[in-house]
Design a binder for this molecule. Structure first.
Ligand code: AR6
Length: 175
């Protein structure tokens, strides 16, 4: 499993993977942070696809995930998941953050995709403490990969140095 988890610094929109995961909000209609970057890079086709999903399924609750086309991105699909807003830790945030990763991975597997890139969900505008969030991300993905052949490769894309350091330390400890 060691060689199935990778850490990459930089912009997730440049990743050459089957699926890019977006840290969205329940409206699915775009926002700031990585959500804004993904929509800018993908172009209007992504927003149009999100609007269709929104009309069909309504809002996307925290911990849930939906899949759309990827517009102009190199990826084949985008999975939009909604992380929890950090409210101090006693509002089920840890469970919901794990659910966001797990439900995204299930969509990757169910659609037969082999590689996926995750941002550090909830650690920007939603305020989740970075170390705790990185631990949940690593634990949830590692646990999932021990039980599923797909995805073959998972990339944690770290936009800031602090996340890159945290993820690198966790990966080193684990293997
Ligand atoms: N590539 C990779 N990671 C990025 C990029 C990028 N281009 N840009 C930012 N990050 P955030 P959240 C990192 O705020 O906390 C949106 O408005 C960023 O440094 O994007 O889940 C949504 O619509 C941080 O580590 O997402 C929601 O309203 C991580 O991505 C809300 O923000 C997540 O930061 C979701 O908040």
């Amino acid at each position: 499993m060691q060689n199935r988890i990778h850490i990459q610094e930089g912009d997730i929109t440049a990743m050459e993977v089957d699926v890019i995961v977006n840290a969205a909000n329940p409206s699915l209609l775009g926002g700031g942070g990585v959500d804004g970057a993904i929509h800018r890079a993908a172009g209007p086709a992504l927003l149009a696809a999100c609007k269709v999903v929104r009309q069909q399924q309504g809002e996307c609750a925290p911990g849930h995930a939906v899949i759309t086309e990827a517009g102009q991105l190199r990826a084949k699909a985008v999975i939009h998941t909604v992380g929890p807003i950090w409210r101090g830790g006693s509002d089920n945030e840890a469970q919901l953050l794990g659910d966001a990763y797990r439900n995204s991975l299930q969509l990757v597997s169910a659609n037969g995709y082999r590689s996926v890139a995750f941002p550090a969900i909830s650690t920007g505008i939603y305020g989740y403490p970075k170390a705790a969030a990185a631990q949940i991300a690593m634990d949830t993905v590692s646990d999932y990969l021990t039980r599923h052949p797909l995805p073959e490769q998972v990339y944690f894309v770290c936009y800031d140095e602090e996340n890159a350091r945290l993820y690198q330390r966790l990966l080193t400890q684990r293997f």
